[in-house]
Design a protein around this ligand. Structure first.
Ligand code: IMP
Length: 193
């Protein structure tokens, strides 16, 4: 098994990466475990922020690293909060859900989509980035699995939220799973390390 840093301090994301990495023979080590600092997400887009996080971790620890930058875009808010999803909630998800649902109701527009940019960085700073999206709609919160905006997001083709569908299904259909599938396909052809 080769070690790879998961450059996030978000416990929900780390949990989702574990079952994805095992089939590739990769053992995840979290940036938190290694005491790595979290760089400021100053790039302004998902891919740029994922690259900042992955490169900072790989260079600091001398190990390959994977970082994801992700978020929920709401059509009624013109695509916000998007890259600012964590800041938009500021830890109070029920309040963020209420603001999003009020905007969706006011505009009769419930479409929403998650985006995940997943960046692999080698210790020398070389990177490869993969983007995954999942489209759906926002609806009043249901379910308690998952994290973040999971309770209000119903993916297309389903009637339940990410938080009701649970980890096993989310790991197959989510924005993160889709980005990861591209990384896994590339890694299987040419293991980067
Ligand atoms: P960051 O990528 O660490 O900047 O934060 C992404 C934020 O987007 C998270 O803190 C959540 O609020 C939200 N987010 C990203 N992916 C998911 C997901 O799979 N489910 C629910 N919320 C998510």
């Amino acid at each position: 098994m080769s070690r790879i840093i998961i450059a996030t301090h978000n416990a929900g994301k780390i949990k989702e990466f574990l079952p994805l990495l095992a089939p590739l023979g990769l053992t995840p080590v979290s940036a938190g475990e290694l005491g790595l600092p979290e760089p400021e997400e100053s790039a302004g887009d998902f891919a740029g922020n994922a690259r900042l996080k992955a490169q900072a971790a790989a260079r600091a620890a001398g190990l390959p690293a994977l970082a994801d930058d992700s978020g929920l875009s709401v059509a009624a808010l013109g695509g916000a909060p998007g890259v600012h999803s964590a800041r938009y909630a500021a830890g109070d998800y029920p309040a963020a859900f209420a603001r999003i649902l009020a905007a969706a109701q006011a505009t009769s527009e419930s479409r929403a989509w998650f985006t995940c940019a997943l960046c692999f960085a080698a210790p020398d700073g070389a990177t490869a980035t993969y983007i995954g999206q999942a489209h759906g709609r926002v609806a009043p919160p249901q379910g308690d699995a998952g994290f973040g905006y999971d309770p209000i997001f119903i993916p297309d083709g389903y009637t339940q939220s990410y938080a009701e569908l649970g980890a096993a299904l989310k790991d197959k259909i989510s924005h993160r799973a889709r980005a990861f599938a591209q990384f896994a396909a590339a890694f299987r052809v040419t293991p980067f390390f």
